[in-house]
Unconditional design. Structure first.
Lengths: 166, 280
């Protein structure tokens, strides 16, 4: 049956959520407006800037290019969850230490994207190069830093997690 | 901007999806990866009454070798194709192109079939399909049919798909030891749509090349074969091929026609070297 509003149930940052949502509502608007999780940001709303990056079923996605109704049954994780669990604590510390953020608007998306790269690296037992870091973060715009400090921070964490001395 | 209101339904079978399309016609849109569609909804460039989410249909996301062909299901995600050993081994041109498609988060959602059906003139996969001489499998009210890539891309965002049809899979000939492929594109930011790109396929023939197929993208309304350049390249002369480039790009927001034409030549030199090198 087709409906303009639908009931969905999912987990968000580990908590079960059941809500009725408009079919047209994007995932990021659902997270921000219905659940009050405002760590995921809304930038361009057409998939270019990456500010709305969140994790759905263990993969990063654009929160503006997925509908909330498509997340029925899914596992959604936002920067709030990644932060509270401590999963990205080292990335957050490295971003702060290296001034890898100024206004902070892009940072939740940057951290989520960087964390995916680092998890992939762990799986393949490799350490991503600066080029690979830039490529994986190419879908996330930062208008403050010029990216250099962000790449520095991600590289430092990549090496530290691999057991290097940086 | 937010999408205009629409209804949403998630059929579980292909037949159900085709029936829904037949019933709602132009008022409905198929939702696969959504990486282009939802952007156009957000900007209200598109305002359908109904979205038919085909992600719940089983069996459309496989990647398999079938005889002399590699078949990629319409719902295979770009990231899945990118990681596929079968694709790397038997469809090396597609493997070369995958990292250029969008960004990591886009590739996690975007689908192979969606990219072909949307037919953006600056997209990588339609050009790969054209270069490989692939075919597209389509399901409609009257059953299944196949369309060759040469006949599929008809105009700007226009394909041989009819309003009531669903693209279900794509098949390309599996590479053999004589297959040579090359791929290059120029974009302002890695992952963005190309200013100009080139997907190419050929067969090693002694010391030279035969069956050269050059498919440029970002230079016209559809991916474009450059047939005069293909003939020149088959005779082994790269500069003659560049001089013979029969493309007539238009100015767009990214570059002028003259720049695009120049860049097409730059890419042709790079890709020609890939084609003439040994298959890696």
């Amino acid at each position: 049956m087709s409906e303009r509003s639908l009931d969905i149930s999912l987990t968000v940052n580990g908590d079960p959520v059941a809500e009725r949502v408009e079919a047209r509502k994007t995932l990021v608007d659902f997270l921000r407006e219905d659940l009050g999780l405002t760590g995921s940001h809304v930038g361009c709303e057409h998939g270019v800037c990456g500010a709305c990056t969140v994790r759905v079923n263990d993969e990063i996605v654009r929160g503006c290019l997925m509908l909330a109704v498509q997340c029925d049954g899914a596992k959604v994780e936002t920067i709030e969850g990644l932060s509270d669990s401590g999963e990205v604590a080292d990335l957050q510390a490295a971003f702060e230490q290296r001034n890898a953020l100024q206004c902070g608007y892009c940072t939740p998306g940057m951290i989520a994207a960087a964390q995916e790269l680092l998890l992939q690296a762990k799986k393949s037992r490799s350490v991503p190069s600066r080029d690979e870091i830039r490529e994986h973060l190419s879908g996330n715009y930062c208008r403050c830093t010029g990216y250099h400090a962000i790449v520095d921070a991600v590289e430092a964490v990549a090496q530290a997690r691999a057991g290097g001395n940086t | 901007m937010k999408p205009a209101p629409f209804s949403y339904t998630k059929p579980r079978t292909l037949k159900e999806a085709v029936t829904l399309l037949a019933k709602h016609k132009d008022d409905a849109r198929l939702l696969a990866g959504g990486q282009s569609l939802i952007a156009t909804l957000n900007m209200r460039l598109s305002a359908p009454d109904l979205l038919i989410d085909i992600n719940g249909i089983k069996g459309l996301d496989g990647i398999a070798k079938k005889g002399r062909f590699i078949e990629i299901g319409a719902l295979a995600r770009h990231s899945q194709v990118e990681r596929s050993e079968l694709v790397a081994k038997h469809a090396p041109l597609i493997a070369l192109a995958m990292p250029h498609i969008g960004h990591a988060a886009i590739r996690n959602r975007g689908t192979f079939g969606g990219s072909i059906a949307f037919a953006d003139p600056a997209a990588e996969l339609p050009a790969c399909l054209l270069a490989l001489g692939g075919e597209i499998e389509i399901a409609g009210p009257k059953g299944k049919r196949k369309v060759k890539a040469d006949a599929f891309f008809k105009g700007l965002f226009e394909t041989a798909l009819r309003p009531q049809e669903v693209l279900t899979a794509v098949r390309v000939p599996a590479a053999d030891k004589n297959t040579r492929v090359g791929f290059a594109e120029l974009a302002r930011r890695h992952g963005d749509y190309a200013i100009v790109g080139l997907a190419a396929c050929a067969r090693a023939d002694g010391k030279g090349l035969a069956d050269v197929r050059l498919a440029f993208f970002g230079v016209g309304a559809t991916p474009m074969r450059a047939k005069k350049a293909e003939a020149a390249l088959a005779s082994g002369n790269i500069e003659a091929a560049v001089a013979a480039l029969d493309l007539e790009p238009h100015d767009d927001v990214q570059a002028t026609a003259a720049t695009k034409k120049h860049l097409a030549g730059v890419l042709l030199r790079r890709v020609a070297k890939q084609l003439m090198g040994a298959r890696s």
